[in-house]
Design a protein around this ligand. Sequence first.
Ligand code: ADP
Ligand code: MG
Length: 239
Amino acid sequence: MQQSVSIRDLSLNFGNVKVLERLNLDIAQGEFIVLLGPSGCGKSTLLNCIAGLLDVSAGQIFINGKNVTWMEPKDRGIGMVFQSYALYPQMSVEKNLSFGLRVSGMKKDEIDRRVKRASEILQIEPLLQRKPANLSGGQRQRVAIGRALVRDVDVFLFDEPLSNLDAKLRSDLRVEIKRLHQRLKNTMIYVTHDQIEALTLADRIAIMKNGVIQQLADPHTIYNKPTNLYVAGFIGSPA
Ligand code: ADP
Ligand code: MG
């Protein structure tokens, strides 16, 4: 079967520092993959390579069978959601959602249809005329997700999207992201250092250490059968 995302022998160096080294990863269509590991292990770097925000040092990235390694971010069929929301502060929620579509030359009817659908799914319809400064953190993050949603992308990339939220909002939005995935059935690659998020969201978890995937398996296997002490210490059962 054709993979949704395939990463082949991907390496990335910052100067002399090897952050990712010959990393391989195959993600099936519709799969929810969580990249889990401590701060500094290379999760964001890997995500940014997939998004095209960083040039790789070696290796290839395929999305839906197409080699995108040197393609512009906007042509890769991906949507990215950051921890810091990255909304346009001067624009209303509605404009934040529609801006990218307008730039791409899409017809107004189609833009309106997509904005309506995304705001229904994310329950942000009452917020469309507000500016980001007048939204809570959770609402801002919904708008950020909405911006990926309106573009109808094949692959969602999330970089610690809940890290800036308090515990209650974090768990609410976690449930919503799970629902969104069940509804859209697209591929999601989700970076976190939070074990609970990984265990509750993932079809498969990739445990990373120093730019290397230590174990890639479903949550049950990771939790009950960690392949080494590092994985066990990071997430596994107390044995
Ligand atoms: P994570 O997202 O898992 O916390 P990162 O991918 O952000 O980790 O970083 C991985 C390593 O690469 C860290 O050691 C970090 O200091 C280093 N790094 C990240 N970005 C840069 C950069 N632009 N220049 C130099 N080193 C970087
Ligand atoms: Mg990071």
